[in-house]
Design a protein around this ligand. Structure first.
Ligand code: ACM
Length: 267
């Protein structure tokens, strides 16, 4: 199957302009089964105020951005994962949504908020859902979740074969180094769709990437270019957790010991 990302700079506060960019990027791009878009793709990222975060948010049921993604998925027989500034009962969540050829499927709300996101968003309350789309099982994480290995492991233990990772990364190179290691230690595919460009004092680092279950980067974008990239992957590799002929990385875990301390060193 073919999985990939759309690296672009969403336009802060102008969802129609962002839709136009995505439409152009999808026009004539390589055919894919699943594509991932960046974090907060319907709104932009670096809000000047809570009001701006609120005004640029949308309800899932009433979103022109999601309607557009649904049209594209139906036209192109495609699954899309996108970051989404979600308003639900007047509360904002930094979410990722999964859309398929039949329409909206589900969401994940970012658990670990970064810096000023704490001023605008409520930490997620959806847990870590897995979506079985028939072709494969998908998990979603958003940007700063990269620094918490627990959530990558939990998704993999729940059966995720591809972890889609909409991002607006600003710390140069860190997630780009770390996420392929999450792919390796969990033997899953990862797709980080990062954004590019600058919003006021924040510059976003691009270098969106697809990693395979041995931690190799299959495709990486540049730091500056708006681009769709697609890799052909064998999903059965992500179902095989044997790292040697005698080591199943999940079956060999010893969780009953992880919180136990029998010997404590004296100072
Ligand atoms: C981030 O979580 N947007 C860095």
């Amino acid at each position: 199957m073919k999985i990939g990302f759309i690296q672009l700079a969403p336009v802060l506060g102008d969802v129609r302009a962002t839709i136009q960019k995505i439409d152009q990027l999808l026009h004539g791009c390589e055919i894919a089964d699943i594509l991932v878009l960046p974090e907060l793709c319907n709104s932009g990222y670096n809000f000047v105020s809570h009001e701006q975060a609120y005004e640029t948010s949308e309800e899932i049921e009433n979103s022109i951005f999601i309607q557009f993604l649904e049209e594209k998925c139906s036209q192109l027989n495609l699954y899309l994962v996108s970051g989404f500034n979600e308003r639900h009962k007047e509360v904002l969540y930094n979410s990722a949504v999964l859309i398929g050829p039949g329409g909206y499927i589900g969401r994940y709300r970012k658990l670990h908020l970064f810096m000023n996101e704490k001023d605008y968003f409520t930490p997620g309350n959806t847990g870590l859902p897995i979506y079985d789309i028939g072709l494969c099982k998908i998990g979603m994480l958003v940007c700063f979740d990269w620094v918490f290995p627990e959530v990558w492991r939990m998704l993999a233990l729940k059966g995720a074969e591809i972890i889609c990772h909409p991002s607006n990364l600003v710390l140069p190179g860190l997630a780009q180094k770390t996420v392929p290691i999450h792919a390796l230690t969990n033997r899953v595919y990862t797709v980080t769709a990062n954004r590019i460009g600058t919003e006021r004092e924040l510059s976003f680092t691009g270098l969106s990437a697809i990693a395979n279950p041995t931690g190799d980067i299959l495709i990486q974008a540049s730091q500056t270019e708006e681009k769709v990239e697609v890799a052909d992957v064998d999903i059965t590799v992500a179902r095989d957790k044997m790292i040697t002929e005698r080591n199943d990385i999940f079956a060999d875990r010893r969780p009953e010991q992880y919180f136990t301390t029998l010997f404590t060193a004296k100072a």
